[in-house]
Structure formats: C-alpha cells, structure tokens
Design a protein around this ligand. Sequence first.
Ligand SMILES: *Cc1c(COP(=O)(O)O)cnc(C)c1O
Length: 356
Amino acid sequence: MKKHNFYAGPSILSEYTIKNTAEGILNFANTGLSVLEVSHRSKEFQAVIDEATALVKEILGIPEGFSVLWLGGGASLQFCMMPYNFLAKKASFLDTGTWASNAIKEARLFGEVDVVASSKDANYTFIPRGWQVAADSDYFHYTTNNTIYGTEIRKDPEVACPLIADMSSDIFSREIDWSKYIAVYAGAQKNLAPAGVTIAIVRDDALGKVDRPIPTMLDYRTHIKKGSMFNTPPVLPIFSALQTLRYYKELGGLKELERRDLEKAGALYEAIDGSRLFKGTVTNAEDRSIMNVCFVMKPEYAELEKEFVDFCGERGIVGIKGHRSVGGFRASLYNALPLESVKVLIQAMKDFEAKH
Ligand SMILES: *Cc1c(COP(=O)(O)O)cnc(C)c1O
C-alpha cells in the first residue's frame, strides 16, 4: 500500500531525491564506486558540494558576502556555535518553543541574554506580539517555524539589530530578506536531506567581532576557509541534498514551493475548522504553521484519539501522532509531501467523522 508520510523529522523526501540517492549509492557519477566509498576530496565529490552550494545560493537568493557551510552536529550545535561566533556582549531572543528555548540556554553561556517575550505559559500556542528588541543587541534570534507546536513566523521581523534565524523546519518555503540577517541555519532532515548535515549561512563581515578564543571546529572561519572540507563532511547527506536542490530548481524555486505549501496547509486547516470532531491547537489563525499542522480531538471526543490514529494507519497514513508535549495529532506537510497525501488525510477525517 502507498504510504502517506507525515513524520515531523526525519521526514519525507521527494521520490527524485530517494531514487537519485539510491543510484549514487550503487554507482556514483559513473566512477564504478559508491558515493559511500569515495574520498570527499575526489573531484567528483568536489563537484557535488560546489553545485549544492551554488544551488542553495541561487534558490534562496543569497547575495554576495554570505558563505554557505555544510556542517555536522545538527541544528542543536548551531545553538552553541552562533553565540560563540556572534555574541560579543548581548543578544535578544524570542521564546516560541522547545528549540527556541534550547538556543537561549546555550547563548547564556556566552553573554547577556534578553528574552523579549515568551508564550511558554500558554504551552507555546501562539507567537507573542508587541515586544521590543534593544538596539544595542548584537543580534535578535528567533525560530521561524516551531516544529513541535505548529506556529510559524513567515515575515522577517523588523527590529533595530541584525537577525539570526533557526529555519530548520521551513527553509525553502519562503523568500528571505538577506539584508536583515547575519546568519540563518537549518538541520537538513526536514526540508532537504537525510539527517546528518546542517546548513549554516553566515555573513562574512559579521565574523571576527568577539574577543573569546573559539575552538577550531566551532569557528565558522575555519569552515569558510576550507570550503566545508576542514574535516570530512557528511558526504551522503550532502549528495542527497544536491538531488533535492536540483528538484526544487526544476519545480520553479521558492515561489512554486511556497504556492504548493500554502495550498496543502490551506486545505488541511479548512478541513479542521469545518470539522465536528477536530480542532486546531494554535490560538491565532495568523500564527499557524504551513509546515506542521497541529490539531486535537474536541474534548467531548477525546477518547477517539487512538482510534483515529489506527483508522489513518489502515489507509497508509503514517506519522500523524502529535509530539508528546502537545498531544493529539501533527501532520507535517514538508515540501516533498504531495497534495494527494493531504487529500487522503482529509478524506480519512471526513470518513471518521461520518462513522461517529
Ligand atoms: C528539528 C529541529 C531542531 C533540532 O535539530 P537537530 O538537527 O536534531 O539538532 C532545531 N530547531 C528546529 C526548528 C527543529 O525543527
């Protein structure tokens, strides 16, 4: 049976990505070797990382003056590397969820941290509004998409200092105004590639402004100087990312990706809002994520939760159980998920409602 993959991460990759990755594992660039067993310094792999880097720049519209790095350690290591390299005295943060608060915790090791607002008391069911960022902050850090709670900020904030964003779960779903940023980072395993590589995009002239010594591997300048080849980079995830990037370009880039994402999320939210059994968990409609749609059974139907997950399972729908800190359901609609899968989920919701 065809599976409809709604997992939050690692998550669905395009058929194009999977097929071409499989091919590269069997015979990489006609070398007669697997991409798993070649030197990262071979000219064939150099061509892979060069093309992948160029495509990230092209698709995201990254101007001159920024470097695109392919790093290990996940987005979680960036929670530490960002302040290590950019926090001289003080940084401001918006606390919109678990990942944002993990970033805050790490930054506190490096300097003064100003949390401008938090929706923690409301279990992160909305994006706080009406906050102010001090103009003397080195940067303002925020999480564009809160993967666990299903909220999202789709507009680059207007603040008096430079921005740093964790875009792990919604990169490649909207345009970015690079003039506002000194850095953006994203773990690959949601909208790009298998787990194991993280993209860090950093503004070159914003580096070198902190006094502290930085360990070699945690210093962005090391990786810029060596083209992400200071040590062995995650070869297979980068190869796989290249396939996804080619596919994104072929589709028509960010505009088309965003159009598809809005269409999928719009259809699912409409079904949730029109339902007798289900309701969304995010308080303000404008904060709703188009990547991770969180919903629950209305209280009077709460006991049907498990039955619905099983009901979906019978139709090939996997990965819709909500995160343990929210409960209910979470349908992740990453770029690779086809509209058809969303339609199958909506039909399952309707059929389940008819049954009850
Ligand atoms: C998944 C996720 C992370 C954690 O990524 P790792 O690569 O597992 O460290 C951080 N931030 C956001 C927004 C995420 O969705």
